[in-house]
Every structure is written in structure tokens, then in C-alpha cells.
Design a protein around this ligand. Sequence first.
Ligand code: CIZ
Ligand code: SF4
Length: 305
Amino acid sequence: MTKEIAGLEEKIAKLKKKRDAIILAHNYQLPEVQDVADFRGDSLELSRIAAKVENKVIVFCGVYFMAETASILSPEKLVIMPDIQAGCPMANMLNAEELKKLKKEHPNAVVVGYVNTSAEVKAELDYCCTSTNAVTVVNALKDKEEIIFVPDKYLGDYVSKKTGRKLITWNGFCPTHIKILPEDVKREKKFHPFAKVIVHPECLPQVVGLADAALSTSQMSKFAKESEATEFIVGTEIGLIYRLKKDNPNKEFYPASERAVCPNMKRTTQEKILWALEELKEEVKVSDEIRLKAKKAIDRMLEII
Ligand code: CIZ
Ligand code: SF4
């Protein structure tokens, strides 16, 4: 560690106390960000921690919809992002107007939406879901004839195969996860024939088809800990590898593709965290009107899982 970074870490720790703040980092964040975080996790895990802790200020290191979700669950807290420009291109592929139109075309359908959506879109959902619980949520809707599932068509394809349900999907996708190609997985399998292949369900179906398991990031970290395997080929945004290695120092983790980097997740740095703590900016806040509707979709999900 350079002296400069060590200085930054100390400054962040001091100011964090003074501001009564907690730092939450998504599993895809840079190592230097994960290192100063109080908690690391997926978006729902972090939002639930934000709601539980006593601190007044939540520094959310992730992308915009994640900070919004934290604000929806903790309206009384100050939720700030060190870089408010960090958005999720997948979440931006569907807006509330487009979803309203889709709902009009299928008036009897129940609407399930991935957590990777804006608060306005969440306000139009019946149920929210994450990649950890999407299959469980859809399985709980056995009595519903039609299901709209937005915005990720590849997660939709995975859920459809797992549940045997036909889903009405949207043309959304994650530009980072689709960079992982079947030939990447095949190549890594040749290099590491004993490794377990774990991939995210946002990956292309041909990639999911080659994997031993399709898992969310929280499921991957649990699987890595509990599995007897000692080598893993990991098909998701490469930030997770740092956490997996740190949590399991005696196991080996190989990225399926070094190109699976989410530029938005890499916008947050230690310097920006320090500035955010100094200025208590930028705040992410959801209006009460949207928040209460969006919270309903999240609460319905929490009742199922
Ligand atoms: O919900 C999350 O945090 C996302 C987007 C990915 C994952 O699998 O954790
Ligand atoms: Fe969005 Fe994909 Fe980046 Fe996750 S990795 S924040 S889904 S663009």
C-alpha cells in the first residue's frame, strides 16, 4: 500500500466517525473501495443493512439504482453516492412510460421487475426480485396466467427455463456480462479442468449452459465458501474476484473473462469517498409518492423469500 493511500484510509476512517456514517460497497467495486467499506454485498443485502444500522449517513458505493433502493428502505437517512454519475446501463434500458405501455398491452399480467431498475419503474411493479430470488418469486406466482419480467432478457430466459413458465420479457441486458463468451469459458475450462464454473444469470444463455451453476454474487460468495472445490472459474464482473480471494485465501478464482468490467462500478474511488464525506454529497432521495409504491413491490418480494 502506498503512503498516500494509507493516509486516505485514515482520513476516511476519522471523518466517517465524525459524520456518523457507514460505508457500503457493492461486490463489483474496486479493491480500494472494498477495503474501506464496513460491509460488502449485493444490492439488496446492502440496502437491508442500510435500513438496519443506526448511522445517520449511508455512503453507497455502487450504481444509482442501488442507492435509490437504499433510500426507498431508509427514507430518514442521508444516502450519498461518491460518484452520482455511476448509473446502470441495464436499468436505463427501460423507463416508466415504456413499462406502462407494456402493461397496457398485457392488462392481465402480473409484473415482476429485477432490482436493476429505476425507482420510477419499481413503482410500476407488482413484485421486485433480485438474481438471488428471481426463480423463487416467479415460482410463487403459480396462479397467475401471464407474467411480465423486465428488464433483463437473459435473466428472464434463465428464470423461464428454471420455472417452466413463459415470460413476457423486455430487450434489456447487461453490457458487461454479455462480454463473457462461450469460448472464454471453454478456454478457461481447458486451463483449469478441475475448476467449478459459476456464472451470473445476466450472462448469455450459451454461457449459462456451460456452467456448473448460475448464481448471484451473494450466492457465489456462499458457494465458494461452502464448496469442497478449491478452484473456480467465475463468470461475472471481475470486482467479485477480489472479495472471493480475500474471503477464501486457500482457494483459487479465475475470471472467465478479464473483459467483464463494469465502467460505472469503477467510478468510485477512495478520494471520491473522502470528498463525499467532507461535503455530505451527492444525496440520492426518492420522492414519497414514488417511494411508497416502489416499496410495496420490494415488500411483496420480501414476503415470498
Ligand atoms: O443485485 C445485485 O447486487 C446485482 C446487480 C448483482 C448480483 O448478483 O449481486
Ligand atoms: Fe448494470 Fe451490468 Fe454494471 Fe451491474 S454490471 S451495474 S447490471 S451494467
